[in-house]
Design a protein around this ligand. Structure first.
Ligand code: ZN
Length: 168
């Protein structure tokens, strides 16, 4: 029986979120000057984090940033582990990120940022890639890559009609 008014938690935005973030990640692969509706700004080049300790150190640094502590004062510690044979990175609700280290793309900062955003929004989410996730993702984007990169990501979400959780 369908239960009306109860969240089903279906991850219906996943594919749209992935395609927006893929385009955004490619812009950060290239870096450099971006024309944004006639305004020009500089994007950084995202890094490829070569090993587990680099991934862990980067995630730790993002979580310890002043912005992250202000936005998510109750954020728990995060553990990055290697995932064997997987074709994707994923977040485990226990505060663990699993990344297939043998895949170059999986060690990019934007992939880590996506999983860190799952970590930060886990307690608030209704579905895994919902508006609370997207808010967390734009915040991690700002911490990791600066306000211009975060603006670009927000614009991408809006362009695909993906709303972002509202905060005062
Ligand atoms: Zn995800």
């Amino acid at each position: 029986m369908a239960r009306i008014g109860v969240s089903t938690g279906i991850d219906s935005d996943r594919q749209s979120v992935y395609s927006v973030e893929d385009a955004w990640a490619h812009a950060l692969d290239r870096g450099g000057s971006v024309d944004f509706f006639g305004s020009h700004f500089q994007l950084p080049n995202q890094r490829i984090l070569g090993d587990l300790s680099a991934l862990q150190r980067t995630a730790d640094a993002w979580l310890a940033s002043d912005q992250c502590l202000a936005w998510y004062p109750n954020a728990r510690a995060l553990h990055v582990r290697a995932r064997k044979g997987g074709s994707r990175a994923h977040y485990e609700s226990t505060g663990v990120i699993a990344i297939p280290l043998e895949a170059d793309w999986a060690c990019r900062e934007t992939v880590l940022a996506h999983e860190v955003a799952h970590h930060l929004s886990w307690d608030q989410q209704v579905a895994p890639h919902d508006a609370n996730f997207r808010l967390a993702m734009t915040r991690v984007a700002e911490i990791a890559f600066g306000p211009q990169a975060a603006l670009l990501l927000r614009a991408g979400y809006h362009g695909s009609r993906l709303d972002i959780a509202y905060v005062n």
